[in-house]
Design a protein around this ligand. Structure first.
Ligand SMILES: *Cc1c(COP(=O)(O)O)cnc(C)c1O
Length: 463
């Protein structure tokens, strides 16, 4: 398939001329030329030059089932022929939307039994933001409208979702955050934990939520939103003390807890949902990405009986997207969930692949550049540092070393992302042990090349 297109240089020139990329320095990309991915199978990508690349990021954290599953293609084709679209606004419904909602209610923990469909993770979080405010208004407490979230959290790119997120670079563009959203600090022990033990630090960061609630007044706070494990922030795995304390605080003050499971859902952490792995039960879950393994866009907000019943008794929720419950997307999601379940993919990821990957991933800490290795299920990160003992940052601007390492990985046909000076992975759940060995070999080679470069350039120094 890699020869059935224009030459790479021509594609790159057209890409630079007409295609605007998200989160990309377009001038730099135009200089280098995009790497153009033309096909994929399992965990392997093929580019327009015929190079074969190990995708340790599952696309963008989403291709949980791996590339090239014919079953998903067949279901999409059949559904498009039978009913490519119908809306769910005006007292109509479709079979795929009904069956997917039922399946999600079965899989979701606790009494999360009701599904509002959206088009993506971002607009699922916009739905959640409006829904929790509508919920409190319906309960006669409209002043309960503030949502608390975290610095360096990621919840998407729409006005609402980017405001819920805690990415300062995103807030700096377009006048964000919108009013009524307040941030507390993240549980990143490696870079912010100082002299505390991880356990004490986890408690301290969780109790910032309590402090913030008391400062604002509990009667003003609608909800707290967080990722069970931060993804885009650098795969920050919170200390074990963190989530139980967050749950306690939300319960004590009657604050709704929203788990943004866009990455952590559908097997990523070794269970169906990240909240199960981290030991808490939310009132709302945000889903997208792995829900369809990225084969087609879909988002969902899964909510508790209490929220549903309250909204059910209130005025209609004046909110919805044209493609809510899109029949083709829902049919593909259903088939994806069936395969993740019946092929034992989620089960095997948790019981067999995750422990193997953990052992290999943590072995990277013997490399001179690697300070800590964190991993939960099939999402992991390593912190690069010039001095492990002091957990030092590099003297170069944050991300310089990480970007260099990422470039070495890409040159060595491994997709491993960097967030600042952390390197992160999130491979398809179907990755084999042999493929994990290749991943680790290529990561080591890239780390060696990075270290050699830093030493040669005098950059392996602490800030
Ligand atoms: C990717 C992501 C989103 C946004 O999803 P989109 O489909 O890109 O809009 C929201 N939350 C988390 C945790 C994500 O990782």
């Amino acid at each position: 398939m890699s020869d059935n297109h224009l030459p790479t240089a021509e594609l790159q020139a057209l890409d630079a001329a007409h295609h605007m990329h998200p989160f990309t320095d377009s001038a730099e990309l135009a200089r280098k030329g995009a790497r153009i991915i033309t096909s994929a199978k399992g965990v392997w990508l093929t580019d327009s030059d015929g190079e074969v690349i190990l995708d340790a990021m599952a696309g963008l954290w989403c291709v949980n089932i791996g590339y090239g599953r014919q079953e998903l293609v067949d279901v999409a084709a059949r559904q498009m022929l039978q009913l490519p679209f119908y809306n769910t606004f005006f007292q109509t419904s479709t079979v795929p939307a009904i069956m997917l909602a039922k399946r999600l209610a079965e899989l979701a923990p606790g009494d999360l039994n009701h599904v509002f469909f959206n088009g993506s993770g971002s607009d699922s979080n916009d739905t959640n933001l409006r829904m929790v405010r509508h919920y409190w208004a319906a309960k006669g407490q409209p002043e309960r409208s503030i949502v608390i979230s975290r610095w360096n959290g990621y919840h998407g790119s729409t006005m609402g979702a980017a405001s819920l997120g805690g990415m300062k670079g995103m807030h700096a563009q377009g006048g964000l955050p919108i009013p009524g959203i307040v941030h507390i600090d993240q549980p990143d022990w490696w870079s912010e934990g100082g002299d505390m033990t991880p356990e004490d630090f986890g408690l301290e960061r969780a109790r910032q939520l309590e402090t913030k609630i008391l400062e604002l007044g509990a009667d003003k706070v609608a909800a707290f939103i967080a990722e069970p494990v931060q993804g885009a922030g650098g795969v920050i795995v919170p200390p074990v003390t963190y989530w139980p304390e967050i749950q306690r605080i939300c319960k004590q003050y009657g604050i709704l807890l929203i788990a943004d499971e866009v990455i952590t859902g559908f097997g990523r952490t070794g269970n169906w949902f990240g909240c199960q792995t981290m030991g808490f039960t939310p009132d709302i879950m945000t889903c997208a990405k792995g829900i369809t393994s990225g084969y087609i866009p879909l988002g969902a907000s899964i909510v508790s009986d209490e929220i549903f019943n309250t909204l059910d008794a209130a005025d209609e929720f004046a909110h919805g997207y044209t493609y809510a419950g899109h029949p083709v997307a829902c049919a593909v999601a259903l088939e994806n969930l069936r395969l993740l379940d019946e092929d034992g993919i989620v089960e095997r990821a948790g019981s067999e692949i995750a422990p193997y990957l953990k052992e290999k991933w943590e072995s990277l800490t013997d490399h001179p550049l690697v300070g800590e290795a964190k991993i939960v299920g099939l999402m992991g990160s390593i912190a690069l540092t010039p001095n492990k003992a002091t957990r030092a940052k590099f003297a170069s601007p944050t991300g310089t070393v990480g970007y260099y390492c990422r470039e070495r990985c890409f040159a060595n046909n491994l997709v491993m992302r960097h967030v600042g000076d952390r390197m992160i992975i999130s491979p398809p759940l179907i990755i084999t042990k042999a493929e994990i060995d290749i991943l680790i070999d290529r990561a080591r080679l890239s780390l060696d090349e990075t270290l050699a470069y830093l030493n040669a350039e005098g950059l392996n120094v602490s800030a």
